[in-house]
Design a binder for this molecule. Structure first.
Ligand code: SF4
Length: 323
């Protein structure tokens, strides 16, 4: 059957790698205070270098500063300013920086076309293992973030991290929780199914998620989630092309942000868009760019964001995958 598979031409900007959590599978974090934060001037240089390279989405991805820390206001302000800067240069910001205060989320709505927060897994058992030292990974706290995003009508990307010590039955519980919150607010635009993929920096010796199970997870997700929620598979982590094909056959329709570097999984470089298009084409599937906000949410965006989106809609209609 012929259909369209989408991806977002993206670049990840990291205000800081420092994080007060210590998830045992993390390949991203720095100890607080060991590396200076990204300055606005540095960010501007990075963004300038991306002009005319086909990038649409700027993913603002950050380690977390504790909500009670005296540094929290400066951390939040840097994130906000980075979003403003990206917008002023014609990019679309999508922020994913961990749990936020309600007021912080409301402010970021003004400068983000969508936001992201992985629910990961709802089971509290992980608080005894990989999340023992990760207060931000309390499942109810994260579920509340999904609710708040709904209340604020923020288009949201969430997802499951698979293979971090959960049982197969836990997938259903997590997916059902996402379906329930979406039924209340209608704001979940996509769900990522991310297989745990060990990297060099992590302390946990857990094995990689068995990729042969991923098509089954896609099928379960497709059966439990409303049809309007797109399922996303990260192609750099699905290292067997035949499994990627099986995942799409089972209902995945998006390959996420394709950027030069996966900051969360630095050991797994992204394939480029043309390579992915060549893989999909024999199946009759067409790879197309998309915006970081799904079409059904554009009319609800703040006016100044809508203007930038309208300019970029032209770019996604270009036939060329990469420039
Ligand atoms: S996975 Fe995220 S929250 Fe956990 S330690 Fe790494 S950066 Fe922090």
């Amino acid at each position: 059957m012929s259909f369209v598979i989408t991806y977002s031409p993206a670049y990840t900007v990291v205000p800081t790698y420092e994080c007060f959590n210590r998830c045992r599978y993390c390949n991203f974090r720095d100890e607080p205070g060991t590396r200076p934060w990204l300055t606005l001037a540095q960010a501007q240089q990075i963004l300038k270098s991306l002009l005319d390279r086909g990038v649409i989405e700027i993913l603002i991805l950050s380690g977390e500063v504790h909500p009670q820390s005296s540094q929290r206001p400066a951390w939040f302000e840097r994130i906000y300013q980075l979003c403003e800067l990206a917008l002023s240069m014609g990019f679309l910001p999508h922020t994913n920086v961990g749990p936020l205060l309600y007021e912080e989320m409301a402010q970021l709505k003004q400068v983000n076309v969508s936001m992201g927060l992985m629910l990961e897994q709802l089971t509290p058992k992980l608080l005894q293992t990989v999340h023992r030292h990760a207060p931000s990974k309390v499942p109810q706290l994260r579920l509340q973030q999904l609710e708040w995003a709904g209340e604020l009508q923020i288009p949201l990307t969430t997802g499951l991290l698979l293979g971090i010590g959960e049982q197969e039955s836990d997938w259903r519980e997590t997916l059902e929780a996402i379906a329930t919150v979406h039924q209340s607010w209608g704001h979940i635009q996509e769900v990522i199914l991310q297989p745990h993929s060990p990297g060099q920096q992590q302390s946990w010796e857990g094995e990689a998620f068995n990729l042969h199970q991923l098509p089954q997870v896609v099928a379960i997700a497709r059966s439990l989630l409303p049809a309007e929620i797109t399922l996303q598979i990260p192609p750099n982590l699905v290292t067997h092309p035949e499994i990627l094909i099986e995942c799409i056959t089972a209902g995945a329709r998006d390959l996420g942000g394709i950027s030069p570097h996966d900051e969360v999984n630095p050991d797994y470089p992204h394939p480029d868009a043309q390579t992915l298009a060549n893989l999909l084409q024999p199946q009759g599937w067409e790879l197309k760019k998309r915006l970081p906000v799904y079409p059904q949410y554009i009319s609800g965006l703040p006016a100044k964001l809508k203007t930038v989106v309208e300019n970029l809609q032209v770019a996604t209609q270009s036939t060329s995958l990469v420039r």
